[in-house]
Design a protein around this ligand. Structure first.
Ligand code: GRF
Length: 205
């Protein structure tokens, strides 16, 4: 089995990154985490990745000012240098331009803490509570130019409980995230989820 070479892009804590690193330790996992890249030098996840023996690199977006494309060309050059097949966004807090997204089309996943298409964007737990939904959850999807909108690869829901706060709900959704991201990456790495197949299916429960 040739494992797909994966880069994980982070901006902070990196708990989804850690879940992917853990999953990729299994002998039969079809992907290896070859690179962790951050746009913030202080991202806590970088230390964890280094401890796990994974190559890390920071491309500080502030050095590029408003020039998103030059920032992304730097990311892209590093991905090429590390012979990356698949990119996983995991709490990466920069909007990517259509140029980069098109370049990685069908080869880039993102995790979002809601049952997409509900609650795109930020503060999903707060908004779910305010809307009074009965169920909430997380989604892994292929990245397309429109934010939080690509075809779904994996999605799992949990019940919203009476008395839930933004924090308690976020914690339970995070457990879901750590379960479904490794599952979704497996499907993508095995070629069982592709941009076009995911468009036609409901996602994996
Ligand atoms: C997660 O909730 C993820 O869904 C969202 O940002 C958060 C990142 O958390 N996109 P972590 O850095 O993976 O711990």
């Amino acid at each position: 089995m040739t494992r797909k070479r994966v880069a994980i892009l982070i901006s902070g804590r990196g708990s989804n990154m850690a879940a992917l690193i853990e999953a990729a330790k299994a002998n039969d996992y079809p992907a290896q985490i070859a690179l962790v890249m951050s746009n913030r030098p202080e991202a806590a996840g970088l230390a964890h990745a280094r401890e796990a023996g994974i190559a890390t690199v920071t491309v500080d977006h502030t050095a590029f000012g408003k020039d998103r494309e030059t920032f992304e060309r730097a990311l892209d050059a590093l991905l090429a240098a590390h012979r990356i097949d698949l990119v996983c966004l995991a709490g990466f807090m920069r909007l990517l331009t259509p140029w980069f997204i098109t370049r990685w089309s069908g080869r880039m996943l993102n995790i979002h803490p809601s049952l997409l298409p509900q609650f795109k964007g930020l503060h999903t737990h707060r908004r779910a509570l305010a809307a009074g939904v009965k169920r909430h959850g997380a989604t892994v999807h292929f990245v397309v130019p429109e934010m939080d909108s690509g075809p779904i690869v994996a999605q799992e829901s949990i019940a919203v409980l009476a008395g839930d706060t933004e924090q308690t709900l976020a914690a339970r959704v995070l457990e879901v995230e750590h379960r479904i991201y490794p599952r979704a990456l497996r499907l993508a790495a095995e070629g069982r989820a592709t941009l076009s197949s995911a468009e036609n299916e409901q996602g994996v429960q």
